[in-house]
Ligand binder design. Sequence first.
Ligand SMILES: Nc1nc2c(ncn2[C@@H]2O[C@H](COP(=O)(O)OP(=O)(O)OP(=O)(O)O)[C@@H](O)[C@H]2O)c(=O)[nH]1
Ligand SMILES: [Mg+2]
Length: 324
Amino acid sequence: MFKDEVIIHVKAGDGGRGAVSFRREKFIPRGGPDGGNGGRGGHVVMVASPHLNTLYHFVYHPKQVAPNGSPGGSSNKNGKNGHDLILKVPPGTIIRNHPHGNTLKDLQKIDESVVIAQGGRGGRGNKSYATSTNQAPRRSDPGQPGEARRLHLELKLIADVGLVGLPNAGKSTILASLSAARPKIAGYPFTTLEPYLGIVAGPDYQTLVMADLPGLIAGAHQGTGLGDKFLKHIERTKLIAHIIDFSDPLPPPEAYQIINREIKSYSKILARKPQVVIANKTDLPEAQANLRKYKRQLPRGLVDISALKRSGLQKFVKALFKKL
Ligand SMILES: Nc1nc2c(ncn2[C@@H]2O[C@H](COP(=O)(O)OP(=O)(O)OP(=O)(O)O)[C@@H](O)[C@H]2O)c(=O)[nH]1
Ligand SMILES: [Mg+2]
């Protein structure tokens, strides 16, 4: 399951209470204060994990609480710090304060982390209040409360290339042929209901991350079909691979326009992203005919492939690395 927006509640641990205690031993009268300090509460830490690409795991665990620090003890024993609570999120997660909306952190790089709620400091024990004029203090402090926050997490996937096109164009077939990702492939529209990521190998041991997105149709920006809610996942890609089914009765230049109109209605920034345009399904005779008929009406550098027969894929991958 895929989820790219959640609201969660995090609470860091409270600090432990400081102790009030006096040393009591035979032959040592008035042994003096020996109450230790309380331990610090656990922080809540968020870290970008390379193994995740959804926020779905928070749906059933929207409340995340780090453990408290332990209280101080006698004989100068300080309380233990609470363990930090480590929350894994996919790279590309934007952490915002809810409901104010100010961004606290945008975790983009793998293993990047941030302390999102500070654990409370432990309280001082009476030992630490001893002075030359007050050698037997009975004062100790409670721990500070840990920080609590409501957070709005939003995922905008980090990929180099986003596959965009009408439903059934063959986007998932392309990702499956080029990477180890196994998105569902079928001959009906809207097979892909959520984004998939795959790693594509290129020349000289280079790799790129490719995102397969649900198909777009005319009116997607007004919510038709699955709408354009997945287009945010190409906001951070460097490149759009625009996939056209050349065997379709819909003339390829029209398919091309429909998608570009949707991209433009979504955002001007997306409209300016460089595209590599792909003619797919060229193993079929209809596609060959359309290629001859319409090639000139499409941008130069059109790459013709058959994702199913795996032909032209090297050329396609080369074109991607060249543009990147
Ligand atoms: N003949 C032929 N069929 C293809 C080719 N590429 C994909 N197909 C077929 O086209 C159909 C749709 O392929 P998908 O990869 O699921 O298409 P998609 O663009 O991911 O579709 P959505 O997820 O619905 O947007 C499947 O039946 C594929 O087998 C190709 O190069 N040649
Ligand atoms: Mg698909």
